[in-house]
Design a protein around this ligand. Sequence first.
Ligand code: SF4
Length: 481
Amino acid sequence: MDENSFAGADSASDPAVSTAISSALSQALLARYAGPCPRYTSYPTADRFVPLSAGTGSPESGGKPWEALQDVQTLSLYVHIPFCRSLCYFCACNKVITRQYGLASTYLDRVLQEAQWYRERVADVPVTQLHLGGGTPTYLNDSDLTRLIHGLQEVFALQPGEDAEYSIEADPRVLEVETLDTLRGLGFNRLSMGIQDFNPDVQRAINRICPPEQVRALTHAARERGFRSISYDLIYGLPGQDVESLERTIDTVIDLAPDRIALYHYAHLPQRFKAQRLISTDLIPSPESKIAMQLAASRRLIDAGYLFLGMDHFSRPDDPMAAAATRGQLARNFQGYTLMPADALVGLGASAISYSRDGYWQNHHGQKEYAGAISESGQAICRGWQLDDDDRVRQWMIMELMCHLRLRKRDVEARIGRPFAAYFAPELARLQPLIADGLLLNTDDDLEVTERGRWFLRNIASAFDRYLHGSETAAQYSRVL
Ligand code: SF4
């Protein structure tokens, strides 16, 4: 595969592609690979993390991956803002539903205190990417959004200008046009909006009412103010959804023309996520219906000119994400695909995850534990993972497959110092059914994801997950479909 043949890059120029989806993706094929599978925003996945502590002399300390921050050249920053005004019943995020705004303001004090802990570790490292996620970051009023960014600027070397990526997850129900002005003034240039579905019945079933007119007005206002790469999150498999209603939502989305679209599968796991117990299981579409929805929605997006980037991501051909995909420059982090992978990520706030070349570390999940840890020691690290040599190789391989759709065996062998086929014999055996199904080519030189295999990147990557196989825990991951 040459570098121009990535993902949707060719697909867009080939009008036969969308019709080819039907033959490439049969219901039977989708059903075969629909079982639980991690999304691999990290490797190992976060559920494997073990207790870690940044406290001195802690007996739990199983490594200090944050010490590698001293060597980084570029940095990403993530801030978790967990507050929301009301509960969406499908939600699986770490959030706090409250109308008591004071809680958010106090939380912000702690986040800025936590930022200080990183001051001496990354003081002058240019931050090329900042992302506010949640919860609902736009829950914060303009004055606190300003306080947050100014506070971060005092600690981190946030890069000005359009070369840096400042993005925010916005809930269109909780976003004023005036806030867009504030955000632009603070340097934000990318906006991601949680849409999920425009169908009023589905919106009622998930307790998230938002008319398309509101999204249209905000999208228009954001464009006028210079936001680039406006992105919508959509979900299929929600209660009350069917193919026809989802197609109507997709048609509205196509009309609004966001630059990027993430089309996620809803994983109904009420035993894990309390909010989902408010959804009647009777309303959840069947696995067959979900497959039909995924096919129909993808077909419509591709027919409208969107490029399929892989996994569940689409972009317009003129979006930088499409060009990066074509050049083989996509990377993956906790927000999904990205154009600007930094050497390390610092995550601030409850449950935020950070990484360096040596591993991952995560903050306390609960508000109480997070607050207690920050006031005690200025940081809230509780778990994580120190990578060993084998982890590093597998981490790199999984990212290669998910972002570049190809793995050169020679490059792997240079890292492991052994023949590929010998080291990865069990993995190759695991991949045989996927190879037989035409999802992957296994040549002398490469493992190469096929056009059809782009829909099954999670399944392909999971063959190399040494912690997944032989464990009993696969069922806790969301199903691919
Ligand atoms: S889906 Fe988003 S807005 Fe809704 S409750 Fe969850 S975090 Fe809050």
